[in-house]
Write a protein that binds this ligand. Structure first.
Ligand SMILES: NC(=O)C1=CN([C@@H]2O[C@H](COP(=O)(O)OP(=O)(O)OC[C@H]3O[C@@H](n4cnc5c(N)ncnc54)[C@H](O)[C@@H]3O)[C@@H](O)[C@H]2O)[C@@H](O)CC1
Ligand SMILES: [K+]
Length: 504
């Protein structure tokens, strides 16, 4: 998994690479800049007018090196180095000198007043004012510069991170003093801030540019945060043995549905079956019997004595895992049913949707949840389980605390669904698309989690894989059709192709 390091981790790793590769800082900037330029040249032709804005640290050094390389390649580049305190990093000083040696060169160093150029709409701004070394909110002249950049219509490409955005927490930052980039080319690994909804307008589309920082250093420097990518799946997904039989992949129970919400029960059951589980029993209120038997013929049906809601726990077998929640409704007997379930069944289970709302209204239930169970709240459900917050950074912290305190896995669903583990670690998922923000999509994820636990994956692997395959199934569908038309059933229909793509 790709580690997501903090700003101070990054500078530590930078120093580690410089010392151990060994490579000097100036050459590391050269390497980063040339990686950026290679990508840039594939996308923009030489007629594009480029404005480079550089700061006094190494983000500025990168910018000046990029300016030089583009000039040498025949691009039209105008560069500005902002140096109000008359102090440049060693690397910035060196790359300024190298740039000044370029023959056709429009370079200006600003130490006091800046008269902004007129920037045409079809030109490009390369933002290298501040990178991961930002250590305080931007003010004064730099704030004015950032506001100027945000006021023009040119395409903005940020080097490493948009200037003014902190790598981690921006809860107390001023949004008016952060560059709004269209694209961010970030070195070696994404920054934590990229995974927070509020920052999308600053970062735009982002891409990782590998620059060969020390692998040993990466292993030695610890982080709690990771990005899950394609390459990680082959390491954790296992092939089914030729001698498998349906018992190999468990017999699991899903407790779901109520009058008017049988769709949630059926979607989750279908998703569990498509994810490879051996046998499934679906527990539904009696009004749902015919629906369940007709829509999901592969599942056995256990019928509650109540007509409208699920009120009983019937552990007639030693189920491999149990999933509870989709479409349960919010009803008086719900809390007692969950309490009985948590008392009688002590293996990891999957808890979603209305079961989470019932727990939120009866918080004593939290400490009764079996260890290593997986909870799958969306931000609204998390808020009910914890405290009100509309800030996505704060929400992750709340999910982390919940996971740690109760020894459970909390998957906070969103654009980069975050799996918060009891250990404190957080993995962000990289698959999926906005089309998946549709009714029933969460029921499918829930079913897939039940399926993977039933197949014998441990909760940590099941959580990482379910998120990944769920998003991938959605992406495969969208590659053929469109985000708008994506339905929860389409996700289920593409689980098979998603598994296949993992193995290709
Ligand atoms: N670590 C890595 O992996 C690499 C990093 N490189 C680049 O180096 C950057 C980090 O460089 P630095 O650590 O020199 O830091 P930056 O270039 O981000 O800037 C730090 C400078 O800005 C000043 N500063 C910070 N906040 C300010 C504020 N609000 N107002 C005014 N001045 C402020 C600091 O005092 C310092 O002089 C990365 O973002 C990246 O672009 C690359 O060159 C090569 C490899
Ligand atoms: K920047």
């Amino acid at each position: 998994m790709t580690p997501i390091f903090t700003g101070s981790n990054i500078s530590e790793l930078d120093k580690y690479t410089i010392k151990n590769e060994p490579i000097d800082g100036t050459d590391l900037v050269e390497r980063a800049a040339s990686t950026f330029v290679n990508i840039f040249k594939r996308k923009y032709n030489k007629q594009t007018k480029i404005y480079v804005f550089a700061g006094s640290g190494n983000n500025g050094a990168d910018a000046l090196a990029i300016a030089r390389m583009l000039l040498n390649d025949g691009y039209i580049v105008e560069s500005y180095l902002f140096n109000p305190s008359n102090k440049l990093s060693i690397e910035c000083e060196e790359h300024k000198t190298r740039l000044m040696h370029c023959p056709i060169n429009r370079f200006t160093m600003i130490t006091s007043t800046f008269n902004p150029p007129i920037i045409e709409d079809n030109s490009i701004i390369i933002d290298g004012i501040f990178g991961t070394g930002l250590n305080r909110q931007v003010e004064g002249g730099f704030a004015a510069l950032i506001k100027f950049i945000n006021s023009v219509s040119a395409t903005v490409i940020a080097i490493d991170i948009p200037s003014g955005l902190f790598s981690e927490s921006n809860m107390n930052n001023n949004p008016d003093t952060i560059v709004k980039a269209n694209y961010t080319y970030t070195f070696e690994f994404p920054k934590l801030a990229f995974f927070f909804r509020e920052n999308e307008k600053f970062i735009g589309k982002w891409k990782i540019l590998p620059i060969g920082l020390s692998e040993k250093g990466k292993r030695e420097i610890k982080t709690e945060y990771f990005l899950v990518e394609d390459k990680d799946m082959s390491a954790i997904s296992t092939e089914r043995s030729k001698f498998s039989h349906k018992g190999t992949f468990g017999h699991s129970l899903i407790i779901a549905g109520s009058k008017g919400m049988m769709g949630a029960a059926c979607l989750s059951a279908k998703a569990a079956i498509k994810t490879g589980l051996g046998k499934l029993t679906l527990h539904v209120p009696s009004c749902g019997y015919t629906i369940a038997q007709t829509v999901v013929p592969e599942a056995m049906c256990q019928v509650d004595t109540d007509e409208l809601f699920n009120t009983e726990i019937n552990l007639d077998k030693d189920y491999t895992t149990i999933g509870v929640g989709p479409g349960l409704g919010n009803y008086p007997e719900g809390a007692r049913m969950l309490e009985t379930l948590f008392e009688k069944y002590r293996k990891p289970m999957v808890i979603d949707a209305d079961a989470l709302n019932i727990i939120a209204n009866n918080r004593d239930l939290l400490r009764k949840i079996p260890k290593d169970s997986i909870l799958t709240p969306h931000p609204g459900e998390l808020e009910r389980l914890t405290t009100f917050s509309t800030n996505s950074e704060e929400q992750i912290i709340q999910a982390q605390n919940l996971a740690y305190k109760y020894n459970i896995y909390v998957i906070l669903k969103g654009a980069y669904s975050a799996t918060c583990m009891p250990s404190g670690h957080v993995t962000f998922n990289s698959t999926g698309n906005p089309g998946m923000a549709t009714g029933g999509s969460g029921d499918v994820l829930f079913g897939m989690l039940v399926g993977l636990l039933s197949c014998g994956y441990n909760p940590s692997t099941a959580a990482i894989m379910a998120n990944y395959i769920h998003g991938l199934a959605g992406d495969i569908y969208v590659a053929k059709e469109s985000e708008e038309s994506l339905s929860a059933s389409d996700i289920i229909d593409h689980i098979g192709l998603a598994f296949r793509q993992l193995r290709d």
